[in-house]
Design a protein around this ligand. Structure first.
Ligand code: ADP
Length: 179
């Protein structure tokens, strides 16, 4: 954890599939049927129960649109739940990407609130295969988490989980810049 974090907002470098939190957030795609990046890692580590629930959600509501979120079990993960949200594909920044990315964070946090989940861990939604610039994405993630925590009891803790050293530095700067 870095000095710029608060008890309710934390930064951890590591693999999100290893986090012992109430829910981890998946950077899913709208099919909910799995993919590469963090999505693939979560399904591999969590086992088939997660995909089975995703299929049931698909049958009910036809997948998940960009900016929205759905919740499933965590299967074999240390986390009891996975919140699947679909980030925007980066297309230059003038196609509603910032608002859609903010919706990913807000809708995921709303599911955590509705399910009274104490702690939620987020990867950098959209910042891998979908190409969202990491610095701009981190600023949105930090802003939305701070705004949510300031006015809601649940979740009690939000954890940003970064994989690479570069992402760690970017989040440290984003967290320091808005104290
Ligand atoms: P998207 O399709 O939304 O861009 P990706 O899965 O490609 O999602 O990447 C999202 C972010 O998650 C990237 O910054 C990537 O480095 C990071 N990431 C990939 N695997 C893991 C993991 N196991 N734990 C934490 N972060 C991860």
């Amino acid at each position: 954890m870095s000095a710029s974090t608060s008890p309710r907002l934390q930064l951890v470098q590591g693999d999100i599939t290893r986090q012992s939190v109430a829910a981890i957030v998946n950077a899913a795609n709208s099919s909910l049927l799995g993919g590469g990046g963090v999505d693939g890692a979560i399904h591999r580590a969590g086992g088939p129960a997660i995909l089975e629930e995703c299929r049931q959600i698909r049958a009910r509501q036809g997948g998940c649109q960009t900016g929205e979120a759905v919740i499933t079990t965590g299967g074999r993960l240390p986390a009891a739940h996975v919140i699947h949200t679909v980030g925007p594909v980066w297309n230059g920044g003038h196609k509603g990407e910032p608002e859609l990315l903010a919706s990913c964070y807000r809708n995921s946090l709303r599911l955590a609130q509705e399910n009274q989940l104490a702690s939620v861990a987020f990867p950098g939604i959209g910042t891998g295969i979908y190409g969202y610039p990491k610095k701009e994405a981190a600023a949105i993630a930090v802003r939305e988490a701070r705004q949510w925590l300031a006015s809601h009891e649940w979740p009690q803790t939000v954890v940003f989980v970064v994989f690479e050293d570069e992402s760690q530095r970017i989040y440290e700067a984003a967290l320091a810049g808005h104290e």
